[in-house]
Ligand binder design. Structure first.
Ligand code: SAM
Length: 301
């Protein structure tokens, strides 16, 4: 059993919606993964503020950035830098402090740590060491964008940032062309025109996209249209290339009336061996396709 399971209680324990972590006291030896706002400071949670003010140390992606956030809430606390380049060196140090009973918060510059942000190595290491890792949830740009995109959310994939080099970006998109789930991407606005151009090339101009820019901030913009219309809109308004953005792409829609390639292949083989009517009957039976659709296809052949 990991420490987290102990913290969360045994399965026989009654768990209700109102079950809460005791907030008045920070658990000794715990690593708190604390989400911070993605723009609007009003989105920080009371629990995040409590944890940030009570832990012994805050590990942050950029100490100056986090000190500004803390100053906004009149929180004074010690910080330690923890970014992509020193995370692996710091993981043992952090685990040692936790083992000595210190409590530590881990934050990134914005949103939920580890989501296209540092923290994965530290969390994995701490869990391997059976140390307690506690989530303090809050804003995340991907989920915030999904919540307003109007695209299916029952299943989706988070793709993070696309490669910056065009060749790699295009092959990543090509590999996703038949992905039927909604796809969520982070993107840098300076690359947005290149990205959307590649989306048009690889997924087609008619693919539906939602661009969610500057979420929770003054210039929050949510634009939903076909990929080609989005591209035209971005090109005619340079203001849309500022700030931060999430792109949400509708999954590949399968046409229920389309004839799958394997059925077409079977039909091609069979019409050479038997009357068209019989060939269509067999393929219709095998693939559950209407006979008249197959017959039309044999005429086109
Ligand atoms: N950990 C963060 C989260 O939980 O969303 C994401 C960090 S990642 C380094 C930064 C990217 O998130 C930005 O380039 C942008 O794609 C997206 N992002 C962050 N804040 C945003 C906002 N307010 N509006 C739109 N996109 C945002």
């Amino acid at each position: 059993m990991s420490i987290n399971q102990i913290n969360q209680g045994s399965s026989s324990e009654q768990v209700s919606e109102s079950s809460q972590h005791p907030m008045s006291s920070i658990a000794k030896g715990s690593l708190y993964i604390v989400a911070t706002p993605i723009g609007n400071l009003g989105d920080i949670s009371q629990r995040a503020l409590d944890v940030l003010s009570q832990v012994d140390l805050i590990a942050c992606e950029d100490t100056r950035h986090t000190q500004k956030l803390l100053a906004n809430f009149s929180i004074k606390n010690k910080t330690l830098s923890l970014h992509d380049h020193n995370e692996r060196q710091r993981q043992e140090y952090i685990a040692d402090l936790l083992s000595q009973g210190q409590s530590i918060a881990l934050v990134s510059d914005a949103g939920t740590p580890l989501i296209s942000d540092p923290g994965f190595h530290v969390v994995r290491y701490c869990r391997q060491q059976q140390l307690s890792v506690v989530p303090v949830p809050g804003a995340c740009a991907a989920i915030t964008a999904l919540s307003v995109a109007g695209l299916p959310t029952d299943r989706f994939t988070f793709e993070g940032f696309l490669p910056s080099k065009q060749g790699a970006r295009k092959s990543t998109l090509a590999a996703l062309a038949n992905e039927s789930r909604t796809m969520v991407f982070y993107d840098a606005p300076r690359r947005a025109i290149d990205t959307v151009t590649d989306i048009v090339d690889e997924l087609g101009g008619q693919r539906h996209i939602v661009l969610a820019r500057e979420l929770t901030k003054t210039f929050e913009t949510i634009y939903a249209d076909s990929a080609e219309n989005l591209l035209a809109w971005l090109k005619q308004d340079p203001n849309q290339l500022k700030g931060e953005m999430v792109l949400i792409i509708e999954g590949h829609q399968i046409d229920p009336t389309a004839i799958p390639p394997e059925a077409e292949k079977a039909l091609r083989l069979l019409v050479n061996e038997m009357p068209k009517k019989k060939a269509c009957g067999i393929v219709a039976e095998l693939y559950g396709i209407k006979k008249n659709k197959l017959y039309d296809l044999t005429i086109a052949m």
